[in-house]
Design a binder for this molecule. Sequence first.
Ligand code: IPE
Ligand code: IPE
Ligand code: MG
Length: 232
Amino acid sequence: MSETPVNSVPRHVAIIMDGNGRWAQERRLPRLAGHKAGAKAVERTLKAAQQAGVRYLTLYAFSTENWSRPQEEIDGLFRLLAQTLDQYTQNAAKHGLRLWVSGAREPLPAAILDKIDYAVRSTAKNTGLTLNLALNYGARQEIVHAVNALLAEGKTHITPQDLAQHLYQPNLPDPDLIIRTSGEERLSNFLLWQAAYSEFYFTPVLWPDFNEAEFEKALASYRARKRRFGGL
Ligand code: IPE
Ligand code: IPE
Ligand code: MG
């Protein structure tokens, strides 16, 4: 039984959207042009995920380590994010999308936090795909945040369930499939706890070139996997 391929759609897909800078560099464009093209790939992927019947899509948009980039690039990324959030909130009702966010609020700009809060509130009752945006996200920070919350509750002994219930999104199931584009094969501080039994799919395709067909390739690869979870 457990030796048969999963043969189904992953409930939760998480994506490390990498390669925007290299895509721009190949075209002798500024890095921000790569991020703009990356935002279009987000739209395509969101549609493909909805059509495939994926229930949760986590997108790694900005890591806690990305603050070490030049201020100009950071500002550009947040401008783009603000635009994308506006668009998303306008279209969310039509498509039944729900927005969640994983990450620390500090030190995100107030304007971004307002947009996020509005988008999360106004999409909370939607029953379609949940887009979980990993923004100012670091997995080690998330685990430490959970432990600190448990300490504040006076806990002196915890279980894996206790910790899972204090992550940024306690109701988010673990990712079944983690995709990373651009040929890099590492987690870069993404979902360290949740990835315990995730399947991985790495592709050399740069994120701005990612599309419906590439998403389907990842799903096909997933369908052929045999997940054993330690059993036989
Ligand atoms: C991913 O693309 C987007 C973010 C990390 C925000 P990169 O900007 O990391 O692109 P490369 O890795 O330099 O090509
Ligand atoms: C990971 O990509 C973070 C995001 C995609 C937001 P990076 O480009 O920041 O990762 P490294 O530096 O190559 O590990
Ligand atoms: Mg990168």
